[in-house]
Design a protein around this ligand. Structure first.
Ligand code: AHR
Length: 500
């Protein structure tokens, strides 16, 4: 197969915002406890956080990190996580059938974020709680001093406010599995009321209303419209969540970006419809605050094994071991996000450590990079400046349930000083693809380099027994002749070409 791409600085999508490379840390399984936080580990700092994990998170290049959930947040009392650690209550975590020890709460997590250099994106509980608790948390976190809750924060050791800017108004409230699940009308009213109250404290917050938990939800599209009819004037973003798994359908899996494109288009259409209805000048963009590859099938099986008295601390949950094919799909989803950089203001890879994470740890043992680490870290490092519209023509391949799809999917970025990057996946299961890239419309000079992920065994993984089996490889086939780059992409591969 062959594909030809044309890049031109005149045809842009929009600026690449750093928040596109966000992450997500939920109190779930071994994510926090025995993941980022393991006081007995030899690398632990004075607060019990593993420094080897901090280094990997920095290398991954994540911007804003959503916390503390996820489904967890819909039963969470934030007050349990502040104050003297030895007095904090142990609670049932209904979302994950676990015991939450509350050893890590807002203060500890902020300390960790300071180490990794990321911004906090905080979710409030609109499942079992409501507006009153949300504004109490905001007062505790963001008011300088002089009120009961701001003084309480200070007495807990934090003089300066946390100054949290971005807040999620609940989590996946459209999902029947969610504690406090609501219909769109009820959630929309609660979210609007909460947003208004929060803005009475701090008008410049950035607020995210819950969108759909997936494009296959029966209320998808209609949910966004109804929620935004209630919240349009009060929020800034609507969320989107999407997970993909290979199962026994590799063609559809490799075409996951087609589904994400459709998802983004549907949500922006719903948002723009409400904008028109309201004759508003304001535009609502997307916070794609959960996306990844995840074997939900395995999780559904695991759930069936929980007994009524089993409430373990930090059990091994959602510890998916990622393959080369998974990494190619993650790279492909990043391509889709970059292609929509105008409407996707923020995105969070879900999640970060142990739980469907690009980073794994073993208690008392090593921390390592999963296959999915590599496309994320390299895209986060190379995608800078402006996202470009890529004009592509070429062969197609079977995309399973999505029909015929382009063999190669691509996105490109360029900085003001002419450094460009092109991100590519080859979806063909068995054949390599020749790609030519016409750079005539782009003032991008300098060396060309290509790195990526591919393997004769597309199901190869990194795990405890072999933590570095899969890594980035240099694609030696790349060459430049004047304004044309030529590269050969191996089957089932993800590649980043950097210019300059
Ligand atoms: O990321 C795992 C879970 O997926 C989150 O807790 C929830 O929001 C989603 O269903």
């Amino acid at each position: 197969p062959r594909t030809h791409l044309v890049l031109d600085a005149a045809f842009t999508v929009g600026p690449v915002r750093r928040r596109l490379f966000g992450g997500f840390v939920e109190h779930l399984g071994r994510h926090v406890y025995d993941g980022i936080h393991e006081p007995a580990h030899e690398t632990a700092d004075e607060h019990g956080f593993r420094k080897d994990v901090v280094e990997l998170v920095k290398e991954l290049g994540v911007s804003a990190i959503r916390y503390p959930g996820g489904n967890f947040v819909s039963g969470y009392k934030w007050e349990d996580g502040v104050g003297p650690v030895e007095q904090r209550p142990k609670r049932l975590d209904l979302a994950w059938h676990s015991t939450e020890t509350n050893e890590v709460g807002l203060h500890e997590f902020q300390h960790w974020l300071d180490q990794v250099g990321s911004e906090l994106m905080l979710a409030v509980n609109l499942g079992t709680r409501g507006t009153a608790e949300a504004i109490e948390l905001l007062e505790y976190a963001n008011i300088n001093a002089g009120t009961a809750l701001s003084e309480y924060r200070k007495s807990n050791g934090r003089q300066e406010p946390f100054a949290i800017k971005m807040w999620c108004l609940g989590n996946e409230m459209d999902g029947p599995w969610q504690l406090g699940h609501k219909n769109a009308e009820d959630y929309g009213k609660l979210a609007a009321m909460t947003a208004k109250a929060m803005r009475q404290i701090q008008p410049d917050l950035e607020l995210v209303a819950c969108g759909s938990s997936g494009a296959s939800m029966p209320t998808f599209g209609e949910w966004e419209r109804t929620v935004l009819e209630h919240t349009y004037d009060d929020v800034d973003y609507i969320s989107a969540h999407a997970y993909y798994e290979e199962g026994d359908d590799l063609p559809s899996f490799l075409a996951a970006g087609v589904n994400m494109d459709h998802f983004i288009k549907t949500v922006t259409t719903a948002a723009d419809h409400v904008q028109a209805q309201k004759k508003s000048d304001k535009r609502i963009d997307i916070s794609f605050d959960e996306w990844n590859v995840w074997s939900i099938t395995k999780w559904n099986e695991q759930q069936k094994t929980f007994g009524p008295q089993d409430w373990p601390v930090a059990p091994r949950l959602l510890e998916d071991v990622y393959t080369v094919a998974d990494a190619v799909v993650v790279g492909g989803l990043l391509i889709s996000l970059l292609r929509h950089a105008d409407r996707v203001a923020s995105a969070s890879l879900a999640q970060l450590v142990n739980v469907i994470g690009p980073i794994m740890t073993e208690p008392g043992g090593p921390a390592w990079r999963q296959t999915t680490f590599f496309p994320f870290s390299l895209t986060s490092r190379l995608a800078n400046g402006t996202s470009l519209q890529v004009k592509a023509s070429g062969d197609t391949v079977d995309g399973g349930k999505y029909g015929e799809v382009p063999v190669v999917d691509s996105a490109a970025t360029v900085t003001e000083d002419g450094k460009a990057a092109v991100f590519l996946i080859n979806r063909h299961p068995s054949e390599s693809t020749t790609v030519t890239i016409d750079l005539a419309g782009l003032a991008a000079s300098g060396d060309v380099r290509a790195e990526g992920i591919w393997d004769d065994d597309i199901h190869a993984v990194n795990d405890l027994s072999s933590t570095e089996r899969v890594g980035l490889r240099t694609n030696e086939t790349v060459s430049r002749d004047g304004d044309t780059i030529t590269i050969e992409l191996p089957p089932v591969s993800w590649t980043a070409v950097s210019i300059g």
